[in-house]
Design a protein around this ligand. Structure first.
Ligand code: ADP
Length: 271
């Protein structure tokens, strides 16, 4: 799954951000959400973005995700300068480069797991047979091969998030961005979701960027970037940012979650 594309440029850098600023509003109402942020992320990294509420994490995530444009500064994604593209051009970049996973899953309610995963491929103009085959393959690989026809309401939270991850990967994107992906999940389902991110990162070379305020979630990453007042105040390997007991707990949960995907499904009770 998540077929890894060869780098489109000679560069190993997937994300290159330089002096990025973002100001919301104007005049007296202006809010400087980002005050000059620079960050490089190589392909196959797993980065957690942390920081207190209001520090600029979501703003940065929106900009990295090509959902919005910076006020100033540059952003090269897979070698392409994207900071001045139009909304339509950004939509094309998103569909080719980025899969999104949100706290609230954002699945279509009256639509089966299979159709939810097919949707991005439908927008991308992929033929029906290919679409269906790939959606099945993706759902199988996240342990939901036996839940294809289930609607979101017939799935547990952890299962819904796995559908959302399969959907995010539908177009074979190199970058997965997640905003508080475990915020609505119990601790067991959270561990399963983070273990899935780790597997996609370790085994499929997917680049993962996760925004979280939770140390237990950040513990699964390999690098932690911390924001404060619109700036990056630290950027370290996970071992320096997350206390050892929290990392050990994540590693134990990872080992427990390494059971075959179908087993994981059977263990999980529907909501
Ligand atoms: P975090 O995700 O770390 O909580 P945000 O990026 O949401 O931080 O917010 C950073 C700052 O920008 C905050 O002061 C917030 O109030 C402000 N902000 C965020 N979005 C908007 C917006 N759409 N309009 C005006 N101000 C905003």
């Amino acid at each position: 799954m998540a077929a890894r594309r060869p780098p489109e440029t000679g560069s190993d850098l997937l994300i290159e951000v330089r002096d990025m600023t973002k100001v919301y509003g104007t005049g007296d109402m202006a809010v400087q959400a980002l005050r000059g942020v620079s960050l490089d992320v190589r392909r196959s990294e797993f980065v957690a973005i942390m920081g207190p509420s209001g520090s600029g994490k979501s703003t940065f995530m929106h900009l990295l995700g090509c959902l919005d444009r910076p006020t100033s500064g540059s952003y090269r994604l897979a070698g392409q300068e994207v900071s001045r593209l139009s909304a339509d051009e950004l939509a094309i970049v998103r569909s080719r480069q980025i899969g999104f996973v949100f706290q609230s899953f954002n699945l279509l309610a009256r639509t089966s797991a299979l159709e939810n995963v097919e949707l991005p491929m439908l927008y991308a103009g992929i033929a029906r047979e290919t679409r269906t085959a790939r959606a099945k393959e993706l759902l199988d690989s996240v342990g939901l091969g036996d839940r294809l026809d289930h609607k979101p309401s017939e799935l547990s939270g952890g299962q819904q998030q796995r559908v959302a991850i399969a959907r995010a990967l539908a177009n074979g994107v190199p970058l997965l961005m997640a905003d508080e992906p475990t915020g609505n999940l119990d601790s067991k389902s959270s561990a399963e979701i983070m273990a899935l991110f780790r597997r996609l990162n370790d085994q499929h070379g997917l680049t993962v960027v996760v925004v979280t305020h939770d140390m237990g979630t950040a513990a699964w990453s390999k690098r932690v970037v911390t924001f404060r007042d619109g700036r990056i105040v630290s950027d370290t390997p996970v071992a320096e940012a997350v206390p050892e007991p929290v990392r050990v707990a994540a590693e134990q949960a990872a080992r427990a979650a390494v059971s075959p995907p179908s087993e994981g499904v059977r263990q999980e009770a529907p909501a």
